[in-house]
Design a protein around this ligand. Structure first.
Ligand code: AMP
Ligand code: ZN
Length: 102
């Protein structure tokens, strides 16, 4: 399997189940990607057994935001090509800062 997010190295935070990296092409002043180590193609491919993992993903977002002193932020998951998903390994964007448009 050829998946860059299965191989990616953490530069922000890592635990047993997740890697957090800075987005290589940031769309906001702060742009992190929260990536489960388990290879799941997209939200469309989730199974009931992934329920806890997805809950933990939210808590990772909370932790990273708290650790970095980020008070307000957006969390975004793109699902499918037409919604902008280009990497077929679930990841959640954590975006914050002045470049972000609301
Ligand atoms: P998505 O469009 O939701 O699939 O998001 C993929 C994101 O991964 C984009 O924002 C890219 O800029 C980012 N990206 C791609 N390759 C890397 C990499 N090697 N390290 C960090 N971010 C990456
Ligand atoms: Zn993968």
């Amino acid at each position: 399997m050829d998946c860059i997010f299965c191989e990616i190295k953490s530069d922000v935070y890592e635990n047993d189940s997740f890697i957090v990296v800075k987005d290589i092409n940031p769309k906001a002043e702060i742009h992190f990607l929260i990536i489960p180590k388990k290879h799941i193609e997209s939200i469309s491919h989730l199974e009931p057994e992934d329920k806890d993992l997805m809950g933990k993903m939210m808590l990772i977002a909370q932790k990273v935001a708290k650790d970095k002193g980020i008070e307000s932020y957006n969390l975004q998951i793109n699902v499918g090509r037409k919604a902008g998903q280009v990497i077929d390994h679930i990841h959640m964007h954590l975006l914050s800062g002045k470049k972000l448009c609301h």
